[in-house]
Write a protein that binds this ligand. Structure first.
Ligand code: ADP
Ligand code: ADP
Length: 224
């Protein structure tokens, strides 16, 4: 599904990523852990094409992402990649339904199919009753579940999440983590998730530890 080869990245004199090789299979839920400043966000942003590497390649299935022209890459990102941030980044002037629909409108999804998809996701994520509410009228957990629905609306090949539960209390965090696994069961969705949440890292199929810009260890759960 995802293959990254020898990814490097520097900011001025600081080499943040020092050659990362990584593979993720379809339907895998992978967590990325490591100390603050280790390079987790930088790696995730590169894998999700929000940032470009200095060297190296990122492949999603048969597409070499950074060989695409800018407009093709933007299209690929919109249609094939989902992103969830620590702070939901929902548009404050729009309702939950509109926020979730947005990437589908940009991708020119058929309106009937889009509406069906948005309703299906809202139901699964337990936010149907918030369809007509704006983000400021929803709880933190509901806002974050709305952001997850938005990331999934175009049925992306892969979803990246950067500390998605970092701003939630433990109950809402736990609920969000369970949802990632339910979405995997339902859609065979692939997730790569940066987390400081140890319980969640334990639940993942595989945990990748980043240390000083390199992969320090890759641990599959014994019972997975
Ligand atoms: P993590 O997500 O593991 O906390 P980051 O990838 O955010 O680590 O950051 C890794 C290092 O790169 C840190 O030292 C950080 O300060 C630095 N860094 C990240 N983004 C930038 C940037 N845009 N410009 C300069 N330095 C950056
Ligand atoms: P995270 O908590 O996810 O690691 P950070 O708080 O490290 O994120 O970074 C948030 C944003 O600030 C990112 O876009 C990152 O690229 C940027 N950033 C991080 N460190 C620096 C830095 N030293 N100089 C400039 N930008 C930075």
């Amino acid at each position: 599904m995802l293959k990254a080869k020898n990814i490097t990245k520097s900011y001025k004199n600081l080499q943040v990523l020092k050659g990362i090789d990584l593979e993720v299979k379809t339907g895998e839920v992978v967590s990325i852990v490591g100390a603050s400043g280790a390079g987790k966000s930088t790696l995730l942003h590169i894998l999700g094409t929000l940032d470009t590497p200095e060297n190296g390649e990122v492949w999603i299935q048969n597409t070499n992402l950074f060989s695409l022209a800018d407009d093709q890459l933007a299209k690929f990102r919109n249609q094939q990649i989902g992103f969830v941030f620590q702070f939901h980044n929902l548009l404050p002037e729009f309702t939950a339904f509109e926020n979730i629909s947005m990437p589908g409108l940009i991708a020119h999804q058929d309106p009937k199919k889009l509406e069906h998809r948005v309703k299906e996701l809202m139901e699964m994520l337990n936010i149907s009753h918030r369809a007509e509410h704006r983000p400021s009228e929803m709880s933190g957990g509901e806002q974050q579940r709305t952001a997850v629905a938005r990331a999934l609306v175009n049925d992306p090949k892969i979803v990246f999440a950067d500390e998605p539960s970092g701003n939630l209390d433990s109950h809402n965090a736990e609920e969000l983590h369970q949802l990632f696994f339910q979405l995997r069961e339902r859609f065979n969705q692939t997730f790569v998730i940066v987390t400081h949440n140890e319980a969640f890292a334990q639940m993942a199929d595989r945990t990748i530890e980043i240390k000083d810009g390199k992969i320090a260890s890759q641990q599959a759960e014994v019972n997975s």
